[in-house]
Ligand binder design. Structure first.
Ligand SMILES: NC(=O)C1=CN([C@@H]2O[C@H](COP(=O)(O)OP(=O)(O)OC[C@H]3O[C@@H](n4cnc5c(N)ncnc54)[C@H](OP(=O)(O)O)[C@@H]3O)[C@@H](O)[C@H]2O)C=CC1
Ligand SMILES: O=C(O)[C@H](O)COP(=O)(O)O
Length: 510
């Protein structure tokens, strides 16, 4: 039993501790009787959490109830939807210390970073509640006399309306914040949210859903059918993902993850997609970079959460004149990072799975086979899923790691003859999420930023999705559409116009 009844209600506290699914507004165990375990990345034999293996029938039931509930939810006043989200945020804030260890156990994020993620999501929900009022309460009126051969006899009232039920699929690395960045705007805008958590991180996402569910219960009572406006449908993505994203009642998909998203998008019918996918974010270091700033940003950007961020610095292109100095100083800092358990707030803990660790190792070995080497101060070392941080120097432009996402604590450095060459290499990548440019020249920075094919370019800073009000988007295989509170509200609504036809042109006076 924990300190929060609403959190206990979401799991079988008297039995196995397994988390329930939330379907048609009620917590349930799957009819299959099957659960799905998530193992601790640090101790791969230890179960971190258990969630329900939902069936196709349960998914159908969740959509049917959500469709009905959304028709009522969209009629709940905008301000009241905001109050409910803010109340959910308060539940979450109160339980931050209880939820953080759940994240740590499931996805091996340090306790401090896990708690920060919970509080970041509290802020996100509160901001969303307010931004929804600013964005959705105001429409526009378009007059016909702006268009040739028309008088002012038609007035188009333009408003934004919800889409329906939005399938929300976050990845493992931010199981609360990236769930909240979908659920918050979806509900604030009057949609229903069909949440499918990542298998590693499902209990974390379930904890967020429990806070939202309790805020709904407080407002509407435990038996109201409007509670079905948010469902939590658990199961392996490869088994239930298609059922969710291609369901006839799904009005849109908001997905964050890796290349899986490309196949999800290809299979989707005529529904809007918000796709935030992988990245191979390059850092371009020019001759006139501030070396101390560059080094600290690269280390923070590349190694936070073991490099398991879509916005991690994933490859560094440094001009010849600064190459040795930058590599040496980065290696000094990386060698000082602490490596160990996430419970101890180590800088570097285990990566998410054995297959991920194997992939990272294969990229390291390929880079070495093509002429690169681990810097002497950061040798390669691995124990199960724990990989010590490595600076790889002298990396060939042909090494796979220069154009594929490692999602781990190893960082390749490529020496380039010029910034032009760095831009060319960066742009040759299939991804285009974010990029960083380090130079003291403001005008030059902007010119370089303009030439980099990326959804966002950071000048003298590491890539970052946050703060969560910023627009966040990728080009090429990094995604479709923009995320960020306002941009998600826009993505999760569509324009509806109502035209007033006047019998004759009418020109308004002041
Ligand atoms: N651009 C961005 O905003 C961000 C991108 N990412 C990217 O996410 C990746 C890491 O996250 P990871 O969780 O491993 O990504 P995955 O693509 O493996 O999984 C993402 C989500 O998709 C689900 N899923 C799996 N198969 C399907 C399917 N067929 N249909 C629908 N959903 C499915 C997963 O469920 P299950 O776990 O059950 O398989 C999970 O919830 C990296 O590539 C990273 O760059 C991460 C954060 C931010
Ligand atoms: O997976 C990711 O990289 C997250 O979207 C990163 O968010 P952040 O850059 O704000 O930490």
């Amino acid at each position: 039993m924990g300190a929060h009844k609403w959190l206990d209600a979401a799991r079988d506290v008297d039995g196995t501790g397994e988390y329930y699914a939330l379907i048609a507004g009620k917590y349930i165990k799957a009819s299959s009787g099957q659960t799905i375990p998530a193992y601790k990345p640090q101790e791969p034999e230890a179960v971190a959490s258990l969630v329900q293996a939902c069936s196709a029938a349960e998914i159908d039931a969740a959509f049917a109830a959500a469709t009905a509930a959304q028709k009522k939810w969209r009629c709940v006043p905008l301000w009241k939807r905001g109050v409910i989200l803010k109340n959910a945020a308060q539940y979450l804030r109160a339980a931050a210390d209880e939820i953080a260890p759940v994240i740590t156990a499931e996805v091996s994020k340090s306790i401090k970073a896990a708690r920060d993620e919970v509080i970041r999501t509290v802020d996100l929900l509160e901001y969303t509640a307010e931004e929804a009022i600013r964005v959705l309460s105001v429409g526009e009126m378009v007059t016909s006399d702006a268009f040739p051969h028309n008088g002012r006899n038609k007035l188009s009232l333009v408003q934004r309306v919800p889409l329906g039920t939005i399938t929300c699929i976050p990845p493992f690395n931010y199981p609360i914040n990236l769930a909240g960045s979908k659920i918050g705007p979806a509900l604030a805008a009057g949609n229903a949210a069909m949440v499918k958590p990542p298998s590693s991180g499902a209990a974390s996402t379930a904890s967020l859903c429990a806070a939202v569910h309790q805020a709904l219960v407080d407002e509407f009572g435990p038996d109201s059918d409007i509670l079905a406006v948010m469902s939590l449908v658990t199961g392996r993505g490869r088994e239930i993902g298609d059922l969710l994203t291609t369901h006839p009642s799904a009005a849109a998909t908001s997905f964050t993850g890796g290349s899986t998203g490309i196949s999800v998008a290809k299979k989707a019918g005529m529904i809007p997609m918000q796709m935030e996918l992988g990245g191979n974010d390059p850092a371009v270091v020019a001759e006139d970079a501030d070396v101390a700033l560059t080094v600290s940003q690269i280390v923070k950007g590349a190694f936070s959460y073991q490099g398991q961020r879509c916005t991690a610095v994933k490859v560094v292109f440094v001009v010849e004149s600064l190459y040795d100095e930058v590599v040496a100083k980065v290696a000094d800092k990386v060698a000082a990072l602490t490596v160990g358990r996430p419970e101890d707030n180590s800088d570097i803990a285990a990566v998410i799975s054995k297959s991920s660790a194997d992939w990272i190792q294969s990229l390291f070995e390929d880079a070495v086979a093509k002429g690169g080497n681990a810097h002497a101060k950061t040798p390669w070392k691995r124990e199960n899923n724990l990989i010590w941080p490595v600076v790889i120097e002298n990396v060939s432009k042909d090494a796979t790691i220069t154009h594929e996402e490692q999602f781990g604590p190893i960082l390749p450095f490529v020496k380039v003859a010029s910034v032009d060459e760095a831009i060319e290499l960066a742009n040759s990548c299939k991804f285009g999420l974010q990029a960083s440019v380090f130079t003291k020249g403001a005008e030059r920075a902007i010119q370089i930023a303009d030439r980099l094919e990326a959804g966002t370019v950071q000048i003298n800073g590491a890539p970052s999705r946050g703060p969560d009000n910023f627009p966040f988007q990728g080009t090429k295989e990094s995604g479709i559409g923009s995320q960020g509170v306002k941009y998600s509200l826009l993505a999760m609504t569509k324009i509806k116009s109502t035209v007033i036809n006047l019998p004759e042109p009418s020109y308004s006076v002041a």
